[in-house]
Write a protein that binds this ligand. Structure first.
Ligand code: X8Z
Ligand code: ZN
Length: 605
């Protein structure tokens, strides 16, 4: 996740200590009055935001068992941020100003709406609940990232577990590692139930039905509209997913010398949640893991930056390298850090940081591009035309799409060839390559738009009982992913909570589904209209035209409506069409492979 939103979501009125235009009775509203209010608000907001980010940064990069210093600092900083953003005085003034919205500039109106959106997460009227939520969020984060993963009694990193799941042919070893990866959920279940209540109750105070509806509202959509949109996406990719599922069942049964199972056992898949199966295929001549294995992690980071520089973006500021936390801690380090990649816009200015655990493999090659996409998005909208309150993506899905787009492009053969990472003379099997891409991009949608979205909808909006958390999770995994647990997983477990976002990026995972759809829309446009290359074989490297196009999308931040921006930039509405078109050539191959095989997933969802 990117960190801006998370912090936006967490807030004193220092207005009261100023001699203030904001306190006076508003009779007629002028743009100037509103601007004074917005400027004052933004100054305080930015300062408190930075304090919060600094405290959060420390709490996520050095988690010491039993140490309460970080928790205390996070609590203080986030309470100050909450008190300010949720102040009743701010809410009343903002609402009053919005009554005259027709007389204001659109950018002013959008800032006022952002103020109300932040306020809804932290209303002063329920300040005790807000404080309780801040404490609970921090405790959950510590329990998640301070957790000591153990395999056969030995501490391991999540990177170690991921490697086993990607590479091991030993089913018993896979099972032990998979189970070890889920044990973290056990200690998170009570916390998740408590957070569900606190999140729902805090946003409820300003009229939101539930926390899911609150998070979705930032797209200008209702809960049901988002669910419908997600459902539509899954339906659109379903025929292809169904073929991939059938293919994978047979492929994996062969690998493990087992009968073909009706559903995919979760520990057979090369990812803790079954969200990415791409490492099932190794494309000869395009072995990125092989190429990267002997590189330093630093090299991978620099390669990511070089790509962005090549299309016309600036070098990263020196402070990025000084302040980021890029590499994994050893398994026996006396403290832990957040092991899930994130990008931070610390002060909504130029303090930009990544928190990662980069290792030299294809997953991290993709992830460094993803995180740098957030960083370059931050940098692009940090300009005088975008006020601090609108220094966000056009929507959260856009923010996730940009870096994933460049990560995707940096895996295509002409790109790798141009960099000398693969041999130009080697012919690769295009179908296998497309299959590998589908195992990442298509396979992700039933998980993101289906399992994650429907689980969080049930959790927040349908009051899913605690003694059904695990049952629901696995029902959804079976329905959408065709995946089942290796053994019965009772309610003593909370497997959903092994996924970072369930704990600390709540009710937002559809952002990633949106981002994959947008990615293919952007990629289609760039390939066909800018590079004039086949979307399956592009080389973005060095193209200033690609950089100019992307900058145009990024530099306006949240000044505009995201739907309009999409129409302006790629000329169409949000649509899975480019994605489906991209993978269409794979259907024939998969049907041929699956001839005579039984499909265990229904034809339509
Ligand atoms: O969480 C992330 C990013 C956070 S900035 C690394 N992603 C999702 C995940 O890991 O589940 C990227 C794609 C999906
Ligand atoms: Zn991200």
């Amino acid at each position: 996740m990117k960190k801006t939103i998370l912090l936006f979501a967490i807030f004193i009125s220092v207005f009261s200590c100023k001699e203030d235009t904001t306190k006076t009775e508003i009779t007629s509203v002028s743009k100037e009055d509103v601007q004074v209010f917005l400027d004052e608000y933004s100054t305080t907001f930015t300062k408190l935001y930075y304090d919060s980010a600094l405290a959060e940064w420390d709490a996520n990069t050095k988690i010491v068992a039993g140490d309460t210093t970080n928790a205390y600092k996070v609590q203080k900083a986030n309470e100050a941020f909450a008190k300010f953003t949720g102040s009743t005085d701010v809410i009343e003034k903002t609402r009053k100003f919005l009554e005259s919205k027709d007389d204001l500039d659109i950018v002013q109106v959008r800032q006022l709406n952002t103020i109300l959106y932040s306020a809804a997460n932290n209303p002063e009227t329920v300040s005790d609940l807000v404080k309780e939520r801040i404490a609970a969020e921090n405790a959950q984060n510590e329990a998640l990232f301070g957790y000591d993963f153990k395999v056969n009694g030995t501490s391991v990193t999540t990177g170690d577990i991921d490697k086993v799941l990607r590479e091991s042919n030993n089913e018993a070893e896979r099972l032990t590692n998979w189970e070890a990866s889920k044990n973290v959920g056990v200690g998170l279940k009570d916390g998740l139930e408590n957070l569900r209540k606190l999140r729902n109750e805090t946003v409820g105070a300003l009229g939101y039905d539930d926390y899911f509806s609150y998070q979705v509202s930032s797209y200008g959509m209702s809960r049901q509209e988002m669910r419908d949109e997600m459902n539509k996406m899954v339906k659109e990719v379903w025929p292809l997913y169904r073929e991939l599922h059938t293919w994978a069942r047979h492929e994996l049964a062969k690998k493990f010398n087992a009968d073909v199972p009706e559903y995919l056992p979760a520990h057979w898949l090369p990812n803790r949640w079954g969200q990415d199966w791409s490492s099932l295929v190794n494309v000869e001549g395009l072995d990125i893991d092989g190429v990267l294995a002997d590189k330093d992690p630093e090299w991978i980071v620099k390669e990511g930056e070089n790509f962005y520089k090549s299309i016309g973006f600036d070098a990263l500021p020196a402070s990025f390298y000084e302040k980021s936390s890029m590499y994994p801690l050893p398994a026996d380090a006396p403290y832990k850090k957040n092991n899930h990649a994130s990008a931070w816009h610390m002060n909504l200015e130029n303090d930009l940081r990544c928190l990662m655990s980069v290792e030299p493999n294809a997953d991290y090659y993709e992830t460094i591009h993803h995180e740098l996409g957030h960083i370059y998005y931050y940098q692009a909208y940090t300009n005088p035309n975008v006020p601090p309150l609108l220094r966000e993506g056009a929507n959260r899905g856009y923010h996730e799409a940009i870096g994933s787009l460049l990560g995707f492009a940096a895996m295509q053969k002409p790109f790798l060839e141009g960099k000398g990472l693969v041999d130009a003379d080697v012919k690769i099997d295009e179908t296998q390559n497309l299959l590998k891409e589908a195992l990442s991009n298509i396979v992700f949608l039933p998980f993101s738009a289906g399992v994650m979205t429907e689980f969080e909808n049930a959790l927040y909006a349908e009051n899913l009982p605690k003694d059904q958390f695990n049952k629901k999770w696995w029902e959804l995994a079976k329905k959408y992913q065709g995946m089942v647990p290796p053994t019965d997983r009772g309610e003593e477990f909370c497997d959903a909570a092994s996924k970072t976002h369930i704990n600390n990026d709540a009710a937002q995972y559809y952002d990633y589904a949106v981002s994959y759809i947008l990615l293919f829309q952007f990629h289609d446009h760039i390939s066909k209209n800018i590079l004039k290359q086949d979307p399956h074989a592009t080389n973005y490297f060095g193209s200033k035209d690609v950089g100019t196009f992307l900058r145009g999308v990024l530099e306006t931040g949240a000044n505009n409506d995201w739907r309009e921006l999409l129409k302006q930039s790629v000329g169409s509405e949000m649509s899975a069409k480019p994605m489906l078109e991209y993978f269409n050539p794979l259907m024939d191959y998969l049907k041929e492979q699956n001839k005579g095989r039984t499909h265990t997933l229904p034809e339509t969802l």
